[in-house]
Design a protein around this ligand. Sequence first.
Ligand SMILES: Nc1ncnc2c1ncn2[C@@H]1O[C@H](COP(=O)(O)OP(=O)(O)O)[C@@H](O)[C@H]1O
Ligand SMILES: [Mg+2]
Length: 243
Amino acid sequence: MRLELHQVSKRFGESQALREVTLSLADFHSLAIIGPSGGGKTTLLRILAGLTAPDAGSVRIDGQTLDFSEPALLEHRRSIGTVFQSYNLFPHLTARENVLLPLVRVHGVAQPEAESIVATLFERFQLSRHAHQKPAELSGGQQQRVAIVRAIAIKPRFLVFDEPTSALDPEMTAEVLDFIAELRDEGRDLIIVTHNMGFARHVSDRCVFIADGLALEEGPSDSLFDRPQHPLLAAFLARVLRY
Ligand SMILES: Nc1ncnc2c1ncn2[C@@H]1O[C@H](COP(=O)(O)OP(=O)(O)O)[C@@H](O)[C@H]1O
Ligand SMILES: [Mg+2]
């Protein structure tokens, strides 16, 4: 996919989350966004997913300029699969219903077709035996896998992940990261914010470093990790890769 940002800014009260970010990323399949906390990663992701409109600037995805009017944003949002840190599953619904109901009620898929999509995906991703369990009866890793299946059920244009494993212990983290890598291997386009640098490098072909509301460096992931150019990126990597 292609992504072009031109002078994108977003402010929340006193804090300038993004400062005239200009970026041009051609031909990537998997983009990792890394950088220190509070740097603007989530804000950028939310803009790309149509969940937030910037105060200024423009965004083009695959050559198409995002229209930030409410109806257009709603339509855009529905075409993107988003997965966040907290799984955002409905607690009173089973795993299956959590995937099925949005398909039918939000995306207007006919009930029999939706049922067959869900059955196929649960089978494919080894969730069938958990289909009738409620979120509280599932491990964090299983809940996050259900949330990811919910995101892919709508056949999204691309997937967006915001720190999908930050609430998980190491074993469940591995389970979810394996799942995301599998989706990448299936040829799905994805954009991921993660603090797991080993995974960021492994899963992505492009990487952007964001700090203090600025995109300070971007490039092919291997060269960005091996030969960081910006001093703040070099310092960030030295800090997070120390242990
Ligand atoms: N909804 C919000 N209300 C107020 N401030 C926000 C909001 N979202 C983000 N911010 C602020 O914008 C800055 C960037 O935040 P964020 O995009 O969440 O960074 P990151 O994901 O890199 O940690 C931070 O200073 C944060 O406090
Ligand atoms: Mg964040």
